[in-house]
Design a protein around this ligand. Sequence first.
Ligand code: SF4
Ligand code: SF4
Length: 287
Amino acid sequence: MKLVIASGKGGTGKTTVAANLAVTLAEMNEPVQLLDCDVEEPNVHLFLPPLGTTDQTVRSPIPRIDPVRCTLCGVCVQICAYNALATAGDHVLFFPEMCHGCGGCAHLCPEGSIAEVERSIGTVLRGQVHGLELVWGRLNVGLSLAPAVIAEVKRMAQPKATVIVDAPPGTSCAAVAAISDCDLCLLVTEPTPFGLHDLKRAAEMTRELNVPAAVVINRSGIGDKRVHAWCQENSLPILLEIPFSRQLAACYARGKLWVDEFPEWKDTLRRLWGQVEEYAHERTARH
Ligand code: SF4
Ligand code: SF4
């Protein structure tokens, strides 16, 4: 089972749910991997600092143009969908921060004047903590290649492990990369008009990706009931409501896990996992 925890915006408690659920499952003797795919701002390792971390560099190709062979035909500039190339006078200019490493320019250059060279775009780190394996990615500053680093983080998923993916917030390419190919997506939201607005966008994204979704409402008790009504109208089951609590907020602010400070949360998260499995099986059987 590969469960992704996502949200239409940051600050909903998505990472807290992912970390606490993963630790609870690891205590049930499941082999668990927690993949932090928020590669622009990874933070799960701050709650769960692992021991004995290993890391590996993520690389992506970029073009190197031979100015002697280049005839300035402009083909590479025209085909680059990311505006990473431009002609200026007697040069082709290259903007490395825009390049997505697709290789199209090298493939289509009629003069064969573009070679591909590798560059580092980020790092994937792994370590053991709380009986689970934590894997997280870190994108190099200034690059727009989060999906490539996320793909490398997800490549570490073991087929026999229960895999919890912490997705980046929002509905960007990075969120799409994290949610794609998962068995189920838990959308964490708040019962407020803003929460509903972002939940609608996130739910639409999961529909487009054909990943079944369910909802966790955090800070339940604030706001109104419009999220509940919308979920009912759109057949999105609400699997958990987390009441607004100063104690839980203070626990988060101290960088602690709820399940360490309030062990009764383990029962709640075990029940959530049971519902997740049941819903995933039901969806598989129905389709
Ligand atoms: S496609 Fe090749 S020959 Fe044409 S401008 Fe680009 S590098 Fe030069
Ligand atoms: S590799 Fe792709 S993204 Fe990069 S410059 Fe060439 S065409 Fe553009």
